[in-house]
Design a protein around this ligand. Structure first.
Ligand SMILES: [Zn+2]
Ligand SMILES: [Zn+2]
Length: 165
């Protein structure tokens, strides 16, 4: 494949990979987060198409952490629902099958999201940043036979067209 056929930027001749593309989509979703403690974004993908997305934020009709501050209990903000659960529940709400789909998320899923991801039948998880790895979550993913792989969004492609990575 020559540069002229594939280059997003022409000059560099390099095209975004699917991992970079979906990991970047998760990053963009994270920009919608309303809990300042951690901005997480997630997209669920089937056959190279996004079927759902989510970010961490408040439950419908509740106030936003960004407006009134976090609602802290035992050192955690309990107001926000996590990005992965929001994306999975979007599928539940609109009747979209998650069996066999892939999930891209900006940060390594927490234990509760791990449980939801496994029970929803997600086949593969891609994350970009290691965040508070949970040994039990890792064990559950292994038991379920779900590969969990770190990928890079190389997001500067979005903000610096022509940047070499
Ligand atoms: Zn919060
Ligand atoms: Zn979570």
């Amino acid at each position: 494949m020559t540069a002229t056929h594939s280059g997003r930027t022409g000059e560099s001749g390099r095209r975004l990979s699917w991992h970079e593309f979906f990991a970047s989509q998760a990053r963009v979703m994270a920009l919608r987060s309303t809990c300042p403690r951690l901005h997480v974004g997630c997209v669920i993908v089937r056959e190279k198409r996004m079927i759902a997305s989510g970010y961490n934020g408040s439950i419908h009709n509740d106030v936003h952490c960004t407006d009134v501050g976090c609602r802290m209990v035992d050192g955690h903000c309990v107001r926000a629902i996590h990005a992965e659960q929001n994306a999975l529940l979007q599928c539940a709400r609109f009747g979209i099958a998650t069996e066999g789909a892939e999930l891209y998320v900006t940060h390594l899923p927490c234990l509760m999201c791990t449980k939801a991801i496994i029970q929803a039948g997600i086949a593969r998880v891609y994350y970009e940043e290691v965040y508070r790895p949970d040994p039990y979550a890792q064990e559950l993913f292994e038991l379920a036979g779900i590969p969990v792989e770190q990928v890079a969004s190389n997001l500067k492609w979005l903000v610096e067209p022509g940047a070499h990575v």
